[in-house]
Design a protein around this ligand. Structure first.
Ligand code: S3P
Length: 426
C-alpha cells in the first residue's frame, strides 16, 4: 500500500472498540453464569481468536451486527477442546487463557502463528508453576506451542519483574481456581481493565498501590458491557493530526483510563494541542472525545512509570519525535523487544530508511528530531502497530512510502485505511 504527503486532515472519526477490553469481555463472559451482552466489540483478528478458543471449549457465542452475546456457563462450565486452541497472533489470548486453562479439570494445547511462537511465555509459566500448574513448552523454548494439564492450584504472592497486564491478568484468572488468595505486585501499574471488569462480574479483588489480590471463586454473573474506543487506535489519528499542518480531527468515545493515557500526557509535554471533550464514565471506565490540532512539537524524555501506560503507543511517540525540535529519549521500554515484532529495532530500521536520525538503545530509542523525512519502503514485519505508525508518518513526508504487509492492521483495526482516507489522507 502506498502513502504520500497529504493536505490538512479534517473531520471526525470513531475508532473501534478497545482490544484489551474486548478480549476480557469474552473470557469473563464465558466464565460467568448467564448471557453477557457486549456492544462495540472489536472484530479484529486477535479478538476473533479469543472467540474461537472459547467456542472450542463449548461456549456458545452469538455475533450479530450490533452485539456479541456470550452464553456463559460459570467458572466450571468449560469443556475439553477437541482440537488445539488457535490463538493466532494474539499474546493477550495466549497469556490470559493459560491462567484459565491451568485450573481446569481437563488438558489442552494451544498454538499460534510464527510471531506467537517467538513470544516469551516463561513469564507466565513460572508463576503458574509456583501455583501448581503443569505447562509444557512443546519445543522446550519457553514459547508456544504449549500443553496445559489442568491441576489443583494454590494461592501465591507473586512479585512480577515486569509491569505486564497480561501476566497480572493471567494470575488473577488462575486465582479464581486456587485454594487461597493470589496477589500480584508489579513494578509499576499496568492497565487495570481486568480488575475493573472482574469486579463488575462479582469477583472479590482488592488493589493497594501496585498490588492486587483476588479471592478464589465466587460465582461470576453475566454483565452488559459497552467497550470504549481504543486509545491505542486513536493514537494514529492523534499523531496524524499533530504532524500534518492545518489539521483538526475529533476522535469520539475514546477510553482514557489513566493506566492507558500516557500518550496524551507525553504529547502534551511535547507541546501538543489536545482537548478532551464530553468526559464521562461507563462500566467503571472513563471516556472522552479527543480534539487534536496540528502543533509544533519539541523533544521530551519518556521513561519510568509512564511506560506501561503507553507501551503500545511508543512506535507513534518515536514517529512524532522525528517531527519535534530537539532530542527525544525513550528509556525503560525493553518490553518493546518482545511485542509482535522487536519494535525498537523495527522502528529504528524503518525511521532511518525515511531519513530520521534515530539510535536504538538497550531499553528504547534516542531520536534527534527536525530532519525532513522522505518516502521509503517500510517492512511492517506483519506488526499491525508498525504498519499504522508508518501510514501516518508518510502523510507528512516527501515522496512515496510503500508499506509491505499493510493488511496486518486487521489484527486490531480492520477499517483503519478507510477511516484515514475519510479525513482526506492520500
Ligand atoms: C495487553 C497488555 C500489554 C499490551 C498488549 C495488550 C492486555 O501487554 O502491550 O497489547 O490486553 O493485557 P503486556 O502485558 O505484555 O505489557
Amino acid at each position: 500500500m502506498i502513502f504520500t504527503r497529504t493536505k490538512a486532515l479534517k473531520g471526525t472519526v470513531t475508532v473501534p472498540g478497545d482490544k484489551s477490553i474486548s478480549h476480557r469481555s469474552i473470557m469473563f463472559g464465558a466464565l460467568a453464569k448467564g448471557t453477557t451482552r457486549v456492544t462495540n466489540f472489536l472484530r479484529g483478528a486477535d479478538c476473533l481468536s479469543t472467540i474461537d478458543c472459547f467456542r472450542k471449549m463449548g461456549i456458545e457465542i452469538e455475533e450479530t451486527p450490533r452485539e456479541i452475546l456470550v452464553h456463559g456457563k460459570g467458572l466450571h462450565g468449560l469443556s475439553a477442546p477437541s482440537s488445539v486452541l488457535d490463538v493466532g497472533n494474539s499474546g493477550t489470548t495466549t497469556r490470559l487463557i493459560c491462567g484459565i486453562l491451568s485450573g481446569q479439570s481437563f488438558d489442552s494445547q494451544l498454538d499460534g502463528d510464527d510471531s506467537i511462537r517467538t513470544r516469551p511465555m516463561k513469564r507466565i509459566i513460572d508463576p503458574l508453576s509456583q501455583m501448581g500448574a503443569h505447562i509444557e513448552s512443546l519445543k522446550d523454548n519457553g514459547c508456544a506451542p504449549l500443553k496445559i494439564s489442568g491441576s489443583p492450584l494454590h494461592g501465591i504472592h507473586y512479585t512480577s519483574p515486569v509491569a505486564s497486564a497480561q501476566v497480572k491478568s493471567c494470575l488473577l484468572l488462575a486465582g479464581l481456581y486456587a485454594d487461597s488468595p493470589v496477589s500480584v505486585t508489579e513494578p509499576s501499574l499496568s492497565r487495570n481493565h481486568s480488575e475493573i471488569m472482574l469486579r463488575h462480574f462479582g469477583a472479590d479483588l482488592k488493589t493497594e498501590g501496585t498490588t492486587v489480590t483476588i479471592q478464589p471463586g465466587p460465582d461470576l454473573h453475566a454483565q452488559e458491557i459497552r467497550v470504549p474506543g481504543d486509545i491505542s487506535s486513536a493514537a494514529y489519528f492523534i499523531a496524524a493530526g499533530l504532524i500534518v499542518p492545518g489539521s483538526e480531527i475529533l476522535i469520539q468515545h475514546v477510553g482514557i483510563n489513566p493506566t492507558r493515557d500516557g500518550l496524551l500526557r507525553v504529547c502534551r509535554e511535547m507541546g501538543a494541542d489536545l482537548t478532551l471533550l464530553n468526559e464521562h464514565w461507563d462500566n467503571g471506565e472513563p471516556y472522552a472525545d479527543i480534539l487534536v490540532k496540528s502543533s509544533s512539537l519539541h523533544g521530551t524524555e519518556v521513561g519510568g512509570a509512564v511506560i506501561p501506560t503507553l507501551i503500545d503507543e511508543l512506535p507513534v511517540v518515536a514517529a512524532l519525535a522525528c517531527f519535534a525540535d530537539g532530542t527525544t529519549v525513550i528509556r525503560d521500554a525493553q518490553e518493546l523487544k518482545v511485542k509482535e515484532s522487536n519494535r525498537i529495532d523495527v522502528m529504528a530500521e524503518n525511521l532511518r530508511a525515511m531519513g530520521a536520525d534515530i539510535t536504538a538503545t538497550d531499553d528504547g530509542m534516542v531520536i534527534r528530531g527536525g530532519r525532513p523525512l522522505h518516502g521509503a519502503v517500510i517492512d511492517s514485519h506483519l506488526d499491525h502497530r508498525i504498519a499504522m505508525t508508518f501510514a501516518v508518518t508518510a502523510l507528512a513526508a516527501d515522496g512515496e512510502t510503500r508499506i509491505l504487509g499493510a493488511d496486518c492492521v486487521n489484527i486490531s483495526y480492520p477499517g483503519f485505511y478507510e477511516d484515514l482516507r475519510s479525513l482526506n489522507a492520500n
